[in-house]
Design a binder for this molecule. Structure first.
Ligand SMILES: NC(=O)c1ccc[n+]([C@@H]2O[C@H](COP(=O)([O-])OP(=O)(O)OC[C@H]3O[C@@H](n4cnc5c(N)ncnc54)[C@H](OP(=O)(O)O)[C@@H]3O)[C@@H](O)[C@H]2O)c1
Length: 331
């Protein structure tokens, strides 16, 4: 399908969106906000034409034509006009089955869902390859930070030896508050919840499960090793005390929740735990809700990528970057 902007004919790319929650709404909003420049960069006019969502009437601060909503995912998978499906439901199921249905229907998939990817990485990537379509997931690790594109494209001339990441904004915010305000874990968690940086049930974040999903995806991409999240030794931050924060300071360090992976002569090592970093380590200055990843490559040396690892618009930036890349290269 084609439309025109100015004097130029532009192809039209129709998108099906699964989930109009926090990130789905941010993605819809960002696509509207930057419509003109996105069309220019994609070489196509992108439109979300169908949305799978249970709650049509929820106040979202955006106008969405009610005719776009459906409660039946088949309306999206069987629509021949839809070539890209964005999955923003969250959770392992039914998100994985829905992504497989979209890929098997010949549609490209873009997702931010680290839980589904970490659990079903091979199944999803193999289904994409078998159907000759892409599955892209920049937003699944590091939110708005373009680290997956960097690892899988710009840095592919390197053998990687080490990856260290601050990959969860909630826990980084809590540890920062404990350090700067001398707050207890409980007080810092309450503040994170009041500021919208922690969920009402923060278990997945504070116990490190969210970081384990992200490190599992990184191990596949950086070292080509599949390790499921529950096989990654993980300690969250619930046991961190004010005394430990003070002890770190006394030693010229800061305490951060670090996802770590490195290779030596004995093989690949990986774990997640609260870690003391010297004040002069590049990750030591990554505070509050910010995320960063520090990578060693045998050609590039040390490299660090820093930015907002969560939130509707930063995450939408990564989701739409993937969509634009597919529209430009594959459609
Ligand atoms: N939040 C962030 O900053 C962030 C950052 C990076 C990546 N992500 C990832 O992005 C994804 C979406 O996160 P989110 O924060 O946007 O979650 P969310 O606010 O809970 O949004 C999910 C939406 O999908 C709807 N939904 C779920 N299952 C459905 C089904 N079977 N049929 C129809 N609608 C369904 C939910 O409706 P109900 O609420 O009615 O169930 C909700 O509106 C997750 O995979 C998350 O890990 C989030």
């Amino acid at each position: 399908m084609y439309s025109r902007i100015g004097g130029m004919a532009l192809k039209k790319v129709n998108i099906g969106l699964l989930g109009l929650g926090n990130i789905g709404t941010g993605t819809y909003k960002a696509l509207e906000m930057n419509k003109g420049l996105i069309a220019k960069n994609a070489g196509a006019e992108l439109e979300i034409t169908r949305i799978l969502e249970k709650d049509v009437d929820r106040e979202r601060g955006i106008y969405v034509d009610p005719a776009k909503f459906t409660q039946n995912p088949e309306d999206i998978f069987s629509d021949p006009e839809i070539s890209i499906v964005i999955e923003l439901l969250g959770g392992i199921e039914p998100a994985t089955s829905f992504m497989l249905s979209a890929l098997n229907a010949g549609k490209h998939v873009v997702t931010a869902n680290k839980a589904a990817l970490a659990e079903n990485y091979e199944v999803l990537t193999e289904a994409a390859a078998k159907n000759g379509v892409s599955i892209k997931f920049e937003a699944s690790v590091g939110g708005g930070i373009p680290l997956i594109e960097a690892i899988t494209s710009s840095l592919t001339a390197n053998e990687f030896t080490e990856v260290l990441g601050i990959l969860n904004g909630t826990t980084n915010y809590i540890l920062t508050k404990m350090s700067t305000d001398n707050a207890s874990y409980e007080t810092a968690l309450k503040e994170a919840q009041a500021q919208g940086f922690a969920e009402a049930d923060p278990t997945a974040d504070v116990e490190g499960h969210d970081v384990a999903n992200k490190l599992s995806i990184l191990l596949s991409l950086v070292f080509g090793e599949r390790v499921k999240p529950d096989a990654i030794p993980t300690t969250g931050i619930t046991g961190v005390t004010k005394e430990q924060i003070e002890e770190a300071k006394a030693q010229g360090c800061v305490l951060k929740l670090i996802a770590s992976a490195f290779k030596d002569s004995e093989g690949l090592h990986y774990f997640i735990q609260p870690t003391m970093l010297n004040q002069d380590h590049p990750l030591a200055g990554v505070n509050n809700e910010f995320n960063a990843i520090f990578i060693k490559g045998n050609a590039v040396g040390d490299i660090m990528l820093y930015g907002k690892g969560a939130g509707p618009l930063p995450t939408a930036s990564a989701v739409l970057g993937d969509v634009i890349s597919i529209a430009k290269r594959s459609l």
